[in-house]
Design a protein around this ligand. Structure first.
Ligand code: 13P
Ligand code: SF4
Length: 316
């Protein structure tokens, strides 16, 4: 802890020297969460990046998040403390694959989850995150065919909620969320009969849980499908004292910090994103000290991706 405190103090000093803003995703290591200026879900962080007047943005998250911040801030320095902080979901579709898919559906509107590369965003009409995907799809005229990518579970969740028929869904998944099995969730919920169940829509179990809710296996009034930011907000407002949490376990730190006295139980304690955990305090310090790793997006790609990102920021 001495090391942690010393590193945190050094980071705060460097941050002030460089007029930097530290953004951290809810899945970051606890000690990294604790030094963030803004901690949030993907949408909150993109919005924070869009409105800052800092000179430097240090993104404690994964590569596509830093790219999104760089697209919104072509004149600022955007740093990602470890270039290996990627995302298996973002890697599940390339720009070439998207171009081929679009060619099969001329005139379709492309909705890309923010978990995509800048090149894929440049081929897309709208971006969305898990907190506004439903509203983004609802903003598209009924007669337009939609190509939704790359997450199949978020896609089928949105399709169920909106009742949208003319929506095609790419078959990608986040390996961390897909690893939270419906049976596992059911078992943990049974062990905690008074707990609320918070499920991220990237979970395979989000779709099967909706069926289980419909069939009465899971309690409808106690099951909520939410983004990470939505989960935190719900946990603060809810009268419940126990919560089963079906998402990456990094979020538990914030849940516990914000809600002393309430109990948070991971649906799967092994749901750990190895990419998010690449970011350590030492790497954040080095990022600020040595100005690395600067994330840039070629101007032509950024220009084409910006419209889709700005639509995302405006909706929901
Ligand atoms: P949100 O924080 O936007 O819910 O996203 C979850 C996620 O997997 C980010 O990579
Ligand atoms: Fe990507 Fe999944 Fe990790 Fe989020 S949790 S960064 S979607 S691999």
């Amino acid at each position: 802890t001495l090391d942690i405190t010393a590193l945190q103090e050094e980071i705060l000093r460097l941050k002030a020297e460089r007029n930097a803003l530290i953004l951290a995703h809810n899945y970051q290591l606890p000690e990294v969460q604790d030094i963030a200026d803004v901690l949030g879900d993907s949408l909150a962080l993109a919005r924070a990046a869009a409105r800052t007047d800092a000179d430097v943005i240090v993104f404690c998250g994964v590569h596509f998040m830093a790219e999104t911040a760089a697209i919104l801030n072509p004149d600022k320095v955007v740093l990602l403390p470890d270039l290996e902080a990627g995302c298996s979901l973002a890697d599940s579709i390339t720009a070439d694959e998207l171009r081929a898919w679009k060619a099969e559906h001329p005139g379709a509107v492309v909705v890309a989850y923010v978990n995509t590369s800048a090149e894929v965003k440049a081929e897309s009409d709208y971006c969305c995150t898990s907190s506004n995907a439903v509203q983004v799809v609802q903003a598209i005229p009924e007669d337009k065919e939609i190509l939704f990518l790359p997450d199949m579970f978020l896609g089928s969740y949105v399709q169920r909620v909106t009742g949208r028929k003319n929506m095609h869904i790419w078959m990608g998944e986040c390996h961390v969320h897909a690893g939270i099995q419906p049976l596992q969730v059911q078992t943990v919920v049974k062990e905690h009969p008074r707990a609320e169940l918070l499920v991220h829509p990237e979970c395979g179990c989000s779709t099967s849980n909706m069926m289980l809710v419909a069939e009465g296996v899971l309690p409808a009034e106690r099951t909520k499908i939410l983004s990470t930011g939505g989960m935190l907000q719900h946990a603060r407002q809810s009268q419940a004292e126990e919560f089963v949490v079906a998402t990456e376990v990094g979020i538990l730190h914030q849940m516990e910090k914000q809600n002393p006295g309430k109990r948070f139980i991971p649906a799967n304690p092994d749901a750990v994103c190895p990419f998010m955990k690449k970011i350590t305090l030492a790497k954040v310090r080095d990022a600020l000290r040595e100005n690395k790793h600067v994330i840039t997006v070629p101007a032509d790609i950024a220009a084409r991706a910006r419209t889709a990102i700005e639509r995302m920021i405006a909706i929901g």
